[in-house]
Design a protein around this ligand. Structure first.
Ligand code: GLV
Ligand code: MN
Ligand code: MN
Length: 412
């Protein structure tokens, strides 16, 4: 197969997509169902149509661009990722897997390859948890791990419901219709930047993902008692924010205490009410992210955080409620997909190593539907979720070539 990856076209598409942002370059902010997200989706649909793909969208906005195979009755081969971006992000997270997937399919088409299985490029809705507080919204619903009844209760921080927002964005039908049957996909493979430093440090072209670490999300609400910052004496205070600060330290300690570098825990959101410099904080909401490659160690951290929250709240006379937003198992990638990716690297003469994904991805949920794995490319200094995130065009092109060869092998 003579595959020509059009690197210049891909680079200019990545550049164009980065411009759909609420924040100025190099920062990218593209929150699901925002004006920028909706415009970027329309732009992407046109790219898929121009490539001769048939586009359909489901009720939550997952977008599927299909290249019909010669045997449409057999399960399709899926690839794809996300284009939503957290506040003040970079331009490569997710987008490399979406536009790289499109370029892989274009290159296969141009080479004269005729797939037996259909190939489907997927743009997943809201891989990032920014708006609804839970990651991988689209792939969670596709896999059935998240049921529509629960998703229908989701609201953003302004109180807008997922139900209203998705309809306003043009995605109609019942959310229950999003769930796919196992067998719809015969295999799934996602191209992504590593978001860690290993490939660059070890001078490897490609990472082949063998498992994805287990994420959990917690939402903690603390209620104390407010009042005048000058008048309420220190002895009489029930300051919800100081309790929250102690909890954030306990979250850090929970991860440090396991002794494993794979244990990580982050308090990324802290909403303080009423948020006035001369008012004692009466209410605080925290959102906490806890991860580990080992499920029992991850659950141990979650339990420790629970216990510390209760103890801190008791000591400070605060009311506390703790909600588990998600508590996901790690994904084991499929050895046969890993083998196909490995073969593609060998065929292309690219150095490669197997690795664990510490970040989560839509593949975590696609692995419930089909044998799945991921192709990682180096990301400069491992920097990600920040504007200076960078992957070189050479590495992106290598990743797309590996993806194209892997898709061809899976679809043949
Ligand atoms: C994905 O963005 C993650 O937080 O791992
Ligand atoms: Mn991300
Ligand atoms: Mn991502």
């Amino acid at each position: 197969m003579n595959l020509q990856i059009d690197s210049e076209k891909l680079a200019s598409e990545l550049h164009e997509l980065a411009a759909f942002s609420e924040t100025p370059s190099p920062s990218v902010t593209r929150i699901v169902f925002s004006e920028q997200d909706i415009a970027a989706r329309a732009w992407f649909r046109q790219k898929c149509i121009a490539a001769g793909l048939t586009v359909r969208e489901d009720a939550v906005g997952n977008t599927f661009a299909c290249w019909q195979g010669t045997d449409a009755s057999s399960g399709a081969v899926g690839t794809g990722s996300h284009i939503d971006a957290i506040p003040n992000a970079g331009r490569f997270d997710g987008t490399v897997g979406v536009l790289g997937g499109l370029e892989a399919i274009r290159a296969l088409k141009n080479s004269g390859f005729a797939p037996k299985r259909s190939m489907e490029l997927i743009l997943f809705t809201s891989e990032e948890p920014t708006r609804f507080g839970i990651g991988c919204l689209g792939s969670r619903l596709l896999s059935g791990v998240l049921k529509s009844e629960r998703a229908k209760t989701f609201k953003d921080r302004e109180g807008n419901s997922l139900e209203d927002l998705r309809r306003q964005a043009g995605f109609v039908g019942d959310l229950a219709s999003v769930e796919l049957q196992p067998g719809h996909y015969a295999a799934f493979v996602e191209l992504h930047i590593e978001q860690g430093p290993l490939l660059e440090a070890r001078n490897q072209d490609i990472g082949i993902v063998t498992s994805i670490a287990a994420p959990a999300g917690m939402r903690i609400s603390l209620t104390g008692s407010g009042g005048h910052a000058g008048a309420v004496l220190m002895r009489e205070r029930k300051d919800a924010f100081v309790g929250a600060a102690e909890i954030a330290v306990a979250v850090e300690a929970a991860a440090l205490c396991t002794g494993s570098p794979d244990s990580v825990a982050t308090t990324g959101i802290c909403d303080v009410f009423p948020g006035a410099v001369n008012s004692v904080p009466s209410k605080v909401k925290l959102e906490i992210d806890v991860r580990d490659s080992d499920l029992s160690r991850r659950d141990g951290m979650v339990t420790a955080i629970h216990e510390e929250c209760q103890a801190i709240a008791r000591r400070r006379q605060l009311e506390v409620t703790i909600e588990m937003v998600n508590s996901d198992a790690p994904a084991a990638c499929d050895p046969s997909v890993v083998a196909r990716i490995t073969n593609a690297c060998r065929h292309l003469g690219l150095t490669h190593m197997q690795m664990v994904s510490r970040a989560y991805h839509d593949s975590l949920f696609m692995s419930h539907l089909a044998p799945a794995s991921m192709i990682f490319i180096p990301c400069h200094l491992g920097l990600s979720h920040r504007p200076d995130e960078f992957a070189s065009l050479r590495d992106i092109t290598n990743g797309v070539a590996v993806l194209a060869h892997t898709l061809a092998a899976l679809a043949a």
